[in-house]
Write a protein that binds this ligand. Structure first.
Ligand code: CMP
Length: 152
């Protein structure tokens, strides 16, 4: 089982798309094991987007991500990091394929609705930025046998 950090970004909250997007992860069979609404501070933004802080688009990204609440989640599942990235589609909603979350709901490079960790290293670094260990509620869903065979 893998874990990944998801952020429903301010555009997702403001556009009332939280439910639609959480539904897609649930319908796919992923486990939501942590969830909270919060305001990203400029300090947290710089930690989260450390690799982008020196890029020309960073000031606009920081003002966007701190401009309204976000919802942070941890999703758990088999190969969940790759599967979620594929569900999101390309970074820009203008380039994301139809049928992906960004392809269906976003027409922007910055306002692309959802962040997801891009690898195991990123998820191990990002999850503790948003959740303390006791805030993660691991459980075994009773429906698991109807989502995957026992040897998968
Ligand atoms: P995310 O997957 O959260 O990772 C970094 C974020 O920066 C990205 O989604 C976009 O919201 C934003 N971003 C990436 N590239 C650009 C860009 N060229 N111009 C503006 N924003 C960008």
């Amino acid at each position: 089982m893998e874990r990944t950090l998801i952020l429903l970004k301010p555009d997702c909250i403001e556009r009332r798309l939280m439910g639609a997007i959480v539904s897609r992860f649930e319908q796919k069979g992923m486990n939501v094991i942590a969830l909270k609404m919060l305001r990203v501070t400029p300090e947290l933004s710089k930690q989260h987007y450390a690799e982008h802080v020196t890029k020309p688009f960073y000031p606009a990204l920081e003002s966007f991500i701190t401009g309204a609440p976000v919802v942070a989640m941890v999703l758990e599942g088999l190969e969940v990091i790759r599967v979620v990235r594929e569900m999101l589609g390309a970074t820009s909603g203008l380039k994301a394929a139809a049928g992906t979350i960004r392809g269906d709901y976003s027409c922007s490079r910055q306002m692309n609705l959802v962040h997801a960790s891009d690898g195991a290293e990123a998820s191990a670094r990002e999850i503790p930025l948003y959740f303390k260990p006791h805030e993660i509620c691991e459980y075994t869903p009773t429906l698991r046998p109807w989502f995957q065979a026992s040897d998968e």
